[in-house]
Write a protein that binds this ligand. Sequence first.
Ligand code: SF4
Length: 522
Amino acid sequence: VKLYVPCDSAALAVGADAVAAALIDGCRQRGWPVQVVRNGSRGLFWIEPLVEVETAAGRVAYGPVTSADVPSLLDAGLLQGAPHVLCHGLTAQIPFLARQHRLTFARMGVTDPLSLADYEAHEGWAGLRRAASMAGAAIVQEVMDSGLRGRGGAAFPTGIKWKTVMAATAAAMTGPAAAQKYVVCNADEGDSGTFSDRMTMEGDPYMLIEGMAIAGLAVGATRGYVYIRAEYPHAVATMNEAIRRAGAAGWLGDDAAGSGRAFHLEVRKAAGAYVCGEETAMLESIEGKRGVVRAKPPVPALQGLFGQPTVINNVISLASVPLILARGAAFYRECGVGHSRGTLPFQLAGNIKQGGLIEVAFGVSLRELMFDFGGGSRSGRPIKAAQVGGPLGAYLPESQWDLPLDYEAYASVGAVLGHGGIVVHDDQTDMAKMARYAMAFCALESCGKCTPCRIGSTRGVEVLDRVAQGGQRGQQIELLRDLCETMTQGSLCAMGSMTPHPVLSALNHFPADFGLSTAAPD
Ligand code: SF4
């Protein structure tokens, strides 16, 4: 009998290792032969640790399981998939999962993350195999045709970025070493409430490796780096081991995937600063310098890592590529809306009953995600707002919960999808405090290179403190708006220019929390 217990950090944090040990021990004591597979997480975090047992009808799910539950579960017939108060029936039929459209996350929680055999048996390497026989330009065209846009937040068309790097020649460079190009994966997943990059690296690492190798073959890059945030030790360990195994199996190296072209890959542990998720600060960090934002131009596609042409993509962007190559661009662009093609793994967190990963096509609404998938607030109180797109994203009030989640629709209301993180707040949240938090976060994480962000964020905290104290409130609000305008227009990168998103959305939609009786003018 095969049992599955996730090795993902989210499951480990709630005792998955102890559950796995208790299952092995309990079965040994009873003389029952079992194989416990440590899979990735399905992303149903409210029922982690999720134990699955393989039956003739499919995998049956139990959760959340503690090690203390294990003896009674075994005695109740866990190995046969018998009913139990912790049983959710067939995993594939759990509504949270069954309603999703999993493309990138199709293998997540199904396979043993480090098993090359498992990966190959579930469509793994099919994209790289095809890419290995294609010219770089044809690979780039396929990615362009798919409509894939950067999933890290900027939503820049991935294929166009690749085309720029592919076409970059020594003429665009200053030195003789211009022939070297790089692929850098930005895995410095620092947005609040986000975890899709971490889940990918811990639960399906070969998918990212495959996507990076395809990118390398496409643009002519022979070296790649995965820049993983320091707070992800399990992801770092899994990626290092996966790279070692993929190299030993011939998928990486001097003749990557039998392509006759080289692609070498290594992990770089990040420096623990939010701003190092900004692509140029990340390059500085990989080069061994302090993570300070570079002015653009030149763009990294022409002068990136060590001054050479560099593809920089987020984990999910790169992880989406193998399927596009395996099944073709038309398959991928079939789903989605408008210019937002394919799927996005949304990450539902905060005050929510059923938090976790929800991969669906663009066009779903926030209301559907929070209620149909999330089941409403965890506190049972009315939901007041959701912050979408990380700490620099806007707070959306109920009047905006039916907007389709796509890049353009959100931009039209001054919001962003970002990396797909959604943090839910109930009616007890003070939005003025959240606005202050945004300014304080910016002050803490600013790299200090430009004045609007470095000084503006500190002044922003002070102004918001004066607003909270009352007295000359109108004047202070006016000052706050002026400051936000300066930060938006004058900051060098998104850290300073987007911090006004949470501040102004909180102010505009929840004026009462700022001591104002009516909605303040935009
Ligand atoms: Fe640095 Fe902030 Fe300026 Fe970005 S906006 S360059 S983080 S000081």
